[in-house]
Design a protein around this ligand. Structure first.
Ligand code: CMX
Length: 425
């Protein structure tokens, strides 16, 4: 049995007890109010989801299990995955064991590759990714054991099995989609002994003479794992899993939400926006030209992609991590310089628009320029990279929810007339 399982055997039953006892003693305590504005405003600010993997305070940004993101930037994504699941960073031996376990789980059944080969080439890479995850569903341990009458207390064990299998395999699926979609030649088999993100980089087949792309991929995968429970991908996946749908269904559902332009697809939109700027001005523009271009985007009714956030009210620490990486590794790359320039120009414009609550860059405003610099120029692929990493957070949240036997999600809806009546209008 892998060490991650042993560790969770120690941690999760206690977590379950903790939640259960707290629910018994404080079930009636009031923790907030629901306003009409929140119901009409995408439930903004409504505290209604339990998520212990990470937290996003508006004035600080991502904190994973009590550790601010800034302190995790040099960690491998596997280490963050262990942290998400257990609440602690792994020891060297635990990390090595997790990596070995993931490596042993990565074989992809042939039906999945046949599914990929059968898709039309203009299928969006995110759609292909979701379809391939669904093609793996027939392997679900959770569904099989549920059909056999598994006990409730064993749910998380089966969830964990599926989760580890899925996390082990998503880089291979994603790399294969990249090579297939852009006619880059046959799939590249994983290289034994490489870490999870390095293997993903390797299987994509990007030339990497000085290892810069591999370093970027490690950072990229570490930064995108989790962002608490209320964002569209996490919340969707969580809701689907609460019906006891297995992790394949639930992760695919979450990734379908990630594929929206207001969420994870923004990284694709950002790069396209930056390329449009470079094309229009024949290279990097002046600040005045950039200012005008941004204003034109806004007056045409579009958003400035990569700026603003539903929760954050400061510069996203994930943005800062990528900015620092770019300053060190590729300070003179034109798209990177442009992304930096946008950071100097756009917040001042957005601050002048009263309705915009957060004028600052989020992670999507800068992840693409890094990829572009290393040769991943196919912008429509970018959200897949986000999804590979986010799968870790989605499944970690799922395992924890199963551990405390969270019931099926079922908030109550209300009609407009009912809402007016409740508001005394
Ligand atoms: N450019 C133009 N308008 C923006 C804006 C931006 N970058 N950010 C917010 N606004 C607008 C909203 O569209 C909204 O307008 P309407 O009232 O006319 O609909 C208004 O400002 C208020 O929005 P808000 O309360 O500040 O932000 P929301 O919580 O509603 O939305 C988000 C958050 C991220 C969807 C929004 O800021 C946005 O669309 N940003 C650009 C897309 C983007 O970068 N998404 C990625 C987010 C990170 C991620 O999930 O990956």
């Amino acid at each position: 049995m892998a060490l991650i399982h042993d560790k969770l055997e120690q941690v999760l039953p206690k977590y379950h007890e903790n939640v259960k006892n707290f629910g018994k003693t404080h079930g009636e305590a009031v923790i907030g109010q629901i306003t009409v504005g929140a119901v009409l405003g995408g439930q903004r600010g409504m505290l209604s989801l339990l998520c212990d993997t990470s937290l996003v305070p508006a004035d600080k940004g991502l904190i994973i299990r009590g550790i601010p993101l800034e302190q995790l930037c040099d960690k491998l994504p596997e280490e963050v995955f262990w942290l998400l699941l257990t609440g602690e960073l792994p020891s060297k031996a635990e990390l090595a064991d997790l990596q070995k376990d993931l490596e042993a789980r990565r074989a992809i059944p042939d039906n999945v590759w046949k599914t990929l080969d059968s898709l039309p080439k203009d299928t969006h890479p995110m759609a292909a990714f979701s379809i391939l995850i669904m093609a793996l569903e027939r392997e679900s341990v959770f569904r099989k054991r549920y059909d056999e009458g598994m006990k409730k207390d064993d749910y998380w064990h089966a969830m964990l099995e599926d989760s580890l299998n899925l996390v082990a395999r998503v880089p291979d699926l994603a790399a294969a989609i990249y090579r297939w979609r852009y006619d880059l030649g046959p799939r590249i088999a994983p290289k034994p002994g490489l870490d999870w993100a390095a293997n993903y980089a390797y299987m994509m087949g990007i030339p990497d003479p000085d290892g810069g792309f591999t370093r970027l991929m490690r950072l990229y995968m570490t930064l995108h794992t989790d962002h608490e429970g209320g964002n569209v991908s996490a919340h969707t996946s969580h809701c689907v899993a609460s019906a006891l749908s297995d992790p394949y269904y639930s992760v695919a559902a979450g990734l379908n939400g990630l594929a929206g332009p207001l969420h994870g697809l923004a990284n694709q939109e950002v790069l396209q926006w930056l390329l449009d700027v470079l094309e229009k001005f024949g290279g990097n523009p002046s600040d005045a030209e950039l200012d005008k271009f941004a204003h034109d985007t806004l007056t045409s009714g579009r958003v400035i992609p990569g700026y603003g956030h539903a929760v954050l009210r400061v510069v996203d620490p994930r943005f800062i991590a990528f900015l620092n990486f770019g300053k060190k590794e590729c300070p003179n790359a034109p798209v990177f310089k442009l992304a930096e320039q946008v950071f100097n120009v756009v917040p001042e414009i957005l601050k002048g628009i009263q309705k915009i609550k957060d004028p600052w860059p989020n992670v999507d405003s800068i992840s693409g320029p890094r990829l572009y610099h290393y040769g991943v120029t196919q912008t429509r692929y970018y959200t897949v990279l986000f999804g590979v990493s986010r799968a870790m957070g989605l499944v970690a949240q799922m395992v924890m929810s199963r551990a405390w036997n969270e019931p099926i999600e079922r908030p109550k809806s209300i009609t407009l007339d009912g809402l007016k009546k409740a508001a005394g209008a």
